[in-house]
Design a protein around this ligand. Sequence first.
Ligand code: COI
Length: 359
Amino acid sequence: MLNIQVTRTTAPKQKPQDETKLGFGKIFTDHMFLMDYTAGEGWHDPRIVPYGPLPMDPATTVFHYAQEIFEGMKAYRTADGSVQLFRPDCNASRMQDSADRLCIPKIPVEDFVQAVEAIVDIDRDWVPHTDGASLYIRPFVFATDVGLGVHASRHYLFVIICSPSGAYYAEGLDPVRIYVEDEYIRAAPGLTGFTKCGGNYAASIKAGELAEEKGFSQVLWLDGVEKKYVEEVGSMNIMFKIDGKIYTAACTGTVLPGVTRRSIIELLHDWGYEVVEGKLAIADVMKAADEGKLEEVFGTGTAAVVSPVKELDWEGKVALIGGGKIGPLTQKLYDTLTGIQWGKLPDTKGWTVKVEPRY
Ligand code: COI
């Protein structure tokens, strides 16, 4: 159990007036959580302080060698005014897996969850009251040794910041256009594809920018070896409904094991769908589209929630999906997942965790 020291801000910021125009990750709350790590001592000094800059030496190793990992989660306001998290233990254990790969010391699951609950509790007035808006939570850990040698750092900082946010895509729940990337790759076996490390995203930016210039929202990554099989989209996992069955890439090291992905698969199983987690060739996706069998395509992610896809472009071929409209299964998944998250539907799976007022 962490003994978290709290220093409250003496200058609270003005909260957003119009919660329908929050955008994603643009506004930050009054406080942040910090905890240090020192080799030989472990994690220490958990504290909540006013939100603000982190002074750092220019030779801090994270700036040079990117030893950094992060998580993405949300806090939701329910109709009775209380605040709840969605499967925070899953984010905590995924962060441990990322930490292991990046040689970062692990944070115990219960300490991670306690820290998230504490910062959300202190800034609970920032959790939006408007439908579709939530408090996006960004926990991250980075190396703070000062020096230019390439080694695992002996010091780290764990930070949690929070941002009242709306939909990740400007399109909201309107279906997006996705460019299937056939030149650059995101991951390959043995690399860091399964982790949430900043470096994965840095390496993805070029393809994302080029796709945006062509009018696409994001890119769909293919496997890094043969550039043949679908893997994931920039900020979400992706699923394909072909002839009644759901297909998605397996989490075998190159794909992020999404908490939303896993929850959606559980819902699909409950509803009797066959979900195939494995290799799906992009050529077969395009063929299914030609044959009228590509019924729905949607992304899943904490930020993206469940996002319908209306178009895939690959090597000059175009697959149009669902006449440009959200499909019925995608809509049902979105309604069910967000219903549970916002407490509008019963949580029969024990996925939600209420943030009790303690501070
Ligand atoms: C999330 O869905 O929480 C993510 O971390 C994706 C992010 C790159 C926006």
